[in-house]
Design a protein around this ligand. Structure first.
Ligand code: NAP
Length: 295
């Protein structure tokens, strides 16, 4: 017996790493009858065509949203408000709009006011990614075993939340539904702060004189290399994350700076026990991540 697709038409606005990975899952599992993909550049749309990721491609946001029972916005979050306002005139009651942005309160602030009555907005964030960008970098197992966090504002239609949840379940994800402010606070700690530290360390090296820089590259396997992988992520995406999760990131940075000063003190005064204690606790956290299957 062939199962009915979850959606008739999915409009993917933004078809980079995340959008194209979703397109691949939708294709492989037959989750929609038709995919319409939207991007800015001809070269991106050409790649999407060549890879067969969509049935139709367009540069027009509204064309991608018109008649789609699910619209997924997968562009840098700074563009989401503009995109919502552009597609609003063609949206009709019953359609579902979702997104994948790494910050949720700002996206809700920018998108929700534009969504017409009767159209369901279900904000989401798949906790999966790599340092690559663009449609060629996606793969259909990206979301497997990863969490997808949904942050529907109070009053969101539960059936719409369930349909979006089912899409992510089909992609292999586990679902959590939490408040947007809690999401942003947790992400500031687990994602935005560590990535900022990586950008900063790599930036420090980039500012060093050429001779030192060559040595850092030569001996990078001793630690630096892992930071460069994190810091190689898309600059526009991360610019938008920090500009849109400012409060939570600043709070985490404050705590980080205090803890770093404590470490600095421990090194200065030869307090080996304090250092060892922290390093032991760090190992426990790593073990916890491995045990949870998130390594
Ligand atoms: P990406 O690979 O750089 O792709 C971005 C896509 O958005 C491209 O197709 C780009 O089209 C398109 N785009 C940009 N501005 C646009 C506009 N004004 N109108 C239409 N399309 C536009 O980015 P990504 O990694 O998929 O990230 C997309 C979203 O996912 C971001 O909001 C990010 O916060 C979220 N996210 C990312 C990760 C991750 O690890 N990468 C993880 C979870 C969530 P062109 O190629 O034509 O410019």
């Amino acid at each position: 017996m062939t199962r009915e697709p979850l959606f008739d038409t999915v409009g993917l606005i933004g078809i980079g790493l995340i959008g194209s990975s979703l397109a691949r899952v939708i294709r492989r599992k037959g989750l929609a009858r038709r995919i319409v993909a939207c991007a800015r550049r001809d070269s991106t749309l050409e790649t999407v065509r060549t890879l067969g990721l969509a049935d139709a491609v367009t540069k027009d946001h509204a064309e991608a949203a018109r008649g789609a029972d699910l619209v997924v916005i997968s562009t840098p979050i700074g563009t989401n408000g503009m995109i919502a306002r552009t597609i609003a005139p063609v949206l009709t009651p019953g359609q579902i709009v979702t997104d994948v942005g790494s910050v949720k309160q700002a996206v809700i602030r920018d998108v929700a006011p534009a969504i017409p009555e009767g159209v369901h907005f279900v904000p989401g964030h798949p906790l999966a990614g790599t340092e690559e960008s663009g449609p060629e970098s996606g793969f259909d197992t990206l979301f497997e075993g990863r969490w997808c966090v949904l942050t529907p504002p109070p009053g969101t239609d539960p059936e719409a939340v369930e349909r979006v949840s089912e899409l992510w379940r089909q992609a292999g994800s586990m679902i959590d539904v939490i408040d947007a402010d809690h999401h942003d606070w947790v992400m500031a700690l687990t994602s935005h702060l560590p990535t900022l530290i990586a950008f900063n360390i790599v930036g420090t090296v980039a500012d060093m004189e050429n001779h030192t820089r060559q040595e850092v590259i030569k001996y990078s396997a001793s630690g630096f290399r892992d930071f460069t992988r994190i810091a190689a992520q898309d600059p526009v995406m991360w610019r938008d994350v920090y500009l849109n999760n400012r409060e939570a990131v600043l709070e985490m940075l404050q705590r980080f700076n205090e803890d770093l000063s404590r470490l600095q003190r421990a090194i200065r005064w030869g307090e080996g026990e304090e250092l060892e204690d922290l390093f032991r606790r760090s190992r426990d956290i790593r073990r916890g991540i491995i045990d949870a299957g998130q390594a």
